[in-house]
Design a protein around this ligand. Structure first.
Ligand SMILES: Nc1ncnc2c1ncn2[C@@H]1O[C@H](COP(=O)(O)OP(=O)(O)OP(=O)(O)O)[C@@H](O)[C@H]1O
Ligand SMILES: [Mg+2]
Length: 292
């Protein structure tokens, strides 16, 4: 039995079978749908915003980027963008799924004061604290980091900046990464400054001052790898304070936050997180990863 919302969508878009909601953001909802027997994802939102995203996805198409299928114009407020349905999950959840979360109870009131050098990183917002990844986890991280770097390099070569790379916008499963959500993407040659819209934790420090370029995306990749490695983003906490911190301070060395972080991955993160976009690493820094 479909709920009311899915019934309404079926009335508006009768060629699709509406199964369930699989995600939502501020301005849109994403549903599992089927069309002619194929499982797809439908992002439902305002026509103009989805047209923009469709144009970006058409240009960026390639390995590691969510394949886009169609744009169905409904009303100004309710249109649908059809994409392949990714099987993956949030980048950090996916890469840290085998890391033992330390139950809050076993740490009691000590958790907040736990010495970082013991190999525990404290999570923002009271989530569980974590250990460093084990060998298998690190191997997967290297593999997925490389796949993400290739996807980002590809979309840059196509003339597109993503500008909203975050843990929710990069899905991972065992083998693959899939970059989604091109809602804030811009064509490189027409890019304008829009820092207020991106997720502060992953947003490059220069974005409030000048138009973004490829380096802005590489910063976000650095923040994602950092979070996957140690369990927290480089500048955690309240968004506006974190933003000021990243504009004025260098990030912590992941090796100081979590014992056992390999040197090559720590240095890769620090290079991608350089404050100055001109000094920041990019795809070439990924060549330090084994097997590249
Ligand atoms: N193609 C897809 N396959 C599987 N899940 C998806 C897909 N697209 C989106 N999702 C899920 O839906 C969530 C929201 O989608 P998306 O990030 O595109 O929208 P959003 O964050 O609301 O974007 P905006 O802020 O631009 O409206 C994602 O984080 C993801 O969990
Ligand atoms: Mg999103």
């Amino acid at each position: 039995m479909l709920n009311e919302e899915l019934q309404t969508l079926r009335g508006t878009f009768p060629k699709l079978e509406w199964e369930r909601e699989i995600g939502r953001g501020e301005h849109s909802r994403v549903y599992a749908v089927t069309r002619d027997g194929s499982p797809l994802a439908a992002k439902v939102g305002a026509l103009e915003a989805l047209k923009h995203e469709y144009a970006m996805l058409r240009r960026a198409t390639g390995k590691g980027i969510v394949p886009v299928h169609d744009m169905i114009e409904g009303s100004a407020q309710k249109s649908a963008l059809l994409m392949s349905r990714g099987q993956g999950v949030d980048f950090v959840d996916g890469l840290r799924k085998d890391v033992d979360a330390i139950p809050d109870e076993s740490l009691g009131g000590l958790r907040r004061n736990l010495p970082i050098a013991f190999g525990y990183a404290q999570q923002d917002e009271g989530r569980s604290a974590y250990r460093v990844l084990n060998e298998t986890g690190l191997r997967r991280l290297r593999h997925c980091a490389r796949a993400l770097a290739e996807a980002v390099e590809h979309l840059h070569q196509a003339g597109v900046l993503h500008l909203d790379l975050s843990r929710q916008n990069v899905l991972v499963d065992d083998q693959e990464v899939m970059v989604i959500d091109f809602g804030l993407a811009q064509f490189r040659d027409a890019a304008t400054s829009t820092s207020d819209l991106c997720v502060a934790a992953y947003c490059a420090p220069e974005r409030s001052e000048k138009p973004p370029n490829e380096a802005s995306d590489w910063y976000s990749v650095g923040a994602l790898l950092f979070e996957a490695l140690v369990g927290q983003v480089p500048f955690p906490g309240e968004a506006s304070r974190a933003f000021v911190e990243k504009m004025t301070l260098s990030p912590s060395d992941p090796r100081d936050l979590c014992a056992g972080v390999p040197d090559d991955l720590a240095e890769l993160c620090l290079s991608l997180l350089a404050r100055s976009p001109r000094e920041r690493g990019g795809v070439q820094e990924f060549r330090v990863l084994a097997g590249w």
